[in-house]
Write a protein that binds this ligand. Structure first.
Ligand SMILES: Nc1ncnc2c1ncn2[C@@H]1O[C@H](COP(=O)(O)OP(=O)(O)OP(=O)(O)O)[C@@H](O)[C@H]1O
Ligand SMILES: [Mg+2]
Length: 275
């Protein structure tokens, strides 16, 4: 397993630019403005966390970047190319376990490379290398139902990374895991990220998780969702779990907590008005 969490080398791919992005969902005459005037610029190799109350549009924003949802206004560019559809330059890791149940771990990870036409021997070498990095090599012939939740998410992460994406999009990937496994997954993710220098956009509800992982925390406001505040994370890398006990961590935590609390209260007031 990789043990470094410091940046090994500068990266040049994975720049994300979001300008004037709005998403309005319309259904049966009802208009639901979900995202409004989002502006966000992300540097290549940066680790950005999106935090915000439920329903503020975090997943919608991630889905627009992935190319699954088209914006009503504005645009997203990755490495100066406008996003109009999903592409191999953006890997996605979902909250719910999303491996194909009829394929083994190896076959799940290999799938994207096979579709892209990579030769069998080259595929096998690459997939085995990634499975080894995350401690899944000996489980390569197991089916998802034979893996724990943490193992399935490790397989999902390498399934995305094996395609060498410029940007890794993660939607609460560790939310369903127990606390101990979640901590291990966070450390593993930092190790992989520091080695590969992929840009990461990570959605979470968990302030500690965002502070432990991110270079920058974007706190989103409630409907219509927008970026309410951006907090640069001053915690040094490499990070260890002891750092979560430091004064610096506690201060950052309080700052983010207050921002989220305001938005959660607003969100509750809005839902009471509707009711
Ligand atoms: N495909 C869709 N069609 C219509 N409305 C949608 C669609 N996807 C999301 N919405 C609406 O957009 C709003 C934001 O949803 P979204 O899932 O992006 O929020 P979220 O911040 O990820 O919430 P959570 O923290 O609970 O995951 C909600 O009101 C939701 O009902
Ligand atoms: Mg969501």
């Amino acid at each position: 397993m990789l043990m470094q969490q410091t940046k090994q080398h500068a990266t040049t791919k994975g720049a994300v630019l979001i300008e004037g992005l709005s998403v309005i969902f319309r259904r049966r005459g009802l208009v639901n403005p979900v995202l409004e005037s989002i502006h966000l610029q992300i540097q290549p190799g940066e680790f950005v966390c999106l935090l915000g109350p439920s329903g503020c549009g975090k997943s919608t924003l991630l889905n627009v970047i992935a190319g699954f949802i088209k914006p009503t206004e504005g645009y997203v560019m990755v490495d100066h190319m406008p996003i109009t559809s999903p592409g191999a330059d953006r890997g996605f890791v979902f909250q719910q376990y999303s491996l194909l149940p009829w394929k083994t771990t190896f076959e799940n990870v290999e799938f994207g490379l096979k579709i892209r036409g990579m030769a069998k021997a080259e595929r096998a070498a690459l997939v085995n290398d990634y499975l080894n990095r995350v401690g899944l090599y000996k489980h390569r012939n197991s089916y998802p139902s034979q893996l724990s939740g943490g193992m399935q998410q490790r397989a999902s992460i390498v399934r995305a990374l094996v395609n060498s994406p410029s940007v890794l999009l993660m939607d609460e990937p560790f939310a369903a895991l127990d606390a101990q496994t979640r901590h291990m997954m966070q450390e593993l993710l930092l190790d992989i990220w520091s080695d590969l220098n992929t840009t990461v956009i990570f959605v979470t509800h968990d302030i500690e998780e965002a502070l432990f992982l991110g270079d920058r925390i974007c706190v989103m406001g409630v409907q219509p969702g927008r970026i309410k505040a951006e907090i640069g994370n001053t915690l040094q890398r490499p990070r260890h779990f002891d750092d979560t006990l430091s004064n610096e961590f506690t201060q950052l935590h309080r700052q983010v907590f207050e921002l989220i609390r305001e938005e959660t209260l607003k969100s509750m007031e809005q839902s009471m008005e509707v009711a």
